[in-house]
Design a protein around this ligand. Sequence first.
Ligand code: NGQ
Ligand code: ZN
Length: 457
Amino acid sequence: MERLAGLACGRIRLPGGWAGDTTVRFSPDGRIEAVEPGLDPALPRADGPVIPGMPNLHSHAFQRAMAGLAERAGPAEDSFWTWRDTMYGFVRRLTPEDAQAIAALLYSEMLTQGYTAVAEFHYLHHAPDGTPYADRAEMATRIIAAADTAGIGLTLLPVLYAHGGFGGQPPADGQRRFLNTPGGLRAILDAAARAMAGRTGWRTGLALHSLRAVTADEMAAALDGLPPGTPVHIHIAEQTAEVDACVAWSGRRPVEWLLDHAPVSPDWCLVHATHMTADETAAVARCGAVAGLCPTTEANLGDGLFPAPAFLAHGGRFGIGSDSHISVSPTEDLRLLEYGQRLAARQRNVLRQPGEASIGAGLYRTALAGGTQALGRPGTPGIAAGQPADLVILNPDDPRLMGRDGDALLDAHVFAGSGHGVRGVVAAGCVVVRDGRHVRHGAIVAAYRRALERLRG
Ligand code: NGQ
Ligand code: ZN
């Protein structure tokens, strides 16, 4: 992949707002070194307006290959839980090679849509019968290899998954590939951290699958000794049945229980957090954790609506993720986030950010900040010195974007349907998307096709 020394940009969205002629210089390891006024003629020229790449804060890569396969009505009422059974059936046959091919395809798709980094919530650890692979980190290594192939930034979150329900219930058969003790998980984490060393912006963190999957003691053991600044992600309060089961077990709702029993801080990302009371909503906002919103998956699985207006009113932070990858588009997820609220409130322009009239630009900026925080990337989010050089070049020839400038461009990019809005993408200083295509498209798609054939055979 071509590594750039920088980019000369005629229009660019910087942390402080839109700017004209600007030079962004990259260090040899792919970080932004300086942002300077003027166009350096020695550097390549961006052939469209430049915006920061979006972090994707929640992904289960393997699920991309089952997108669309759970849209057939079953014998009884379908739900999140029947979808989950389909997913368990799907992972039964998946090999490490398959997982790598699917992840590489997915990550290349993310890049072409303008996601430049991903937090992989990785729980598919073991062989189909639940035996760890000879290398316990085999599956983690496949994710790392896939991110390398695609050239996306990676925050790898090996997931602690130990039980099948609240209070340490035994796991189901379909969950065997996911299971670890805190010690087993730590081994995967350490191996992954070694394998990932040296890549710009890459890091590990820790995930707890859900309060259904870990006991209080296991959670404490997993968190013990984690350096401050390490991202900690957890699925929480996605489904009302989960809330009911949590109350039946503990007398507390999931978010309430978590805030009482865990050191939830800005290092944490509460994925979904759909079902919260007003008090829970305010408390999560106040503690500075990021709400990890995945609107297309949450809609696809019939979760419910996140209380976004109240959460934002309390200063809450959020980012977006594509989760099950029923959609792999940051603009589609941002749009649905706003549309869900419009449908519920019967209003327009609901999720406005303080001091910002533009809904598209406000959502983009806020999700960028929340995603950067959730991926464990310190510093000013976006196109700023010290950050990985993750830039998206919009396509001024896309009719949806023609004649638009500044925040109106972001409003059109987010809201005006789908098109070919992304022309080029630079991730950690390397050109990964050119003319709307991933630079390794052919080889990545061929490997994906072979994996699908294997899975079908
Ligand atoms: C997952 N996905 O782990 O893939 C979950 C479903 C579960 C979402 N929550 C499985 N969207 O929660 O047990
Ligand atoms: Zn998830």
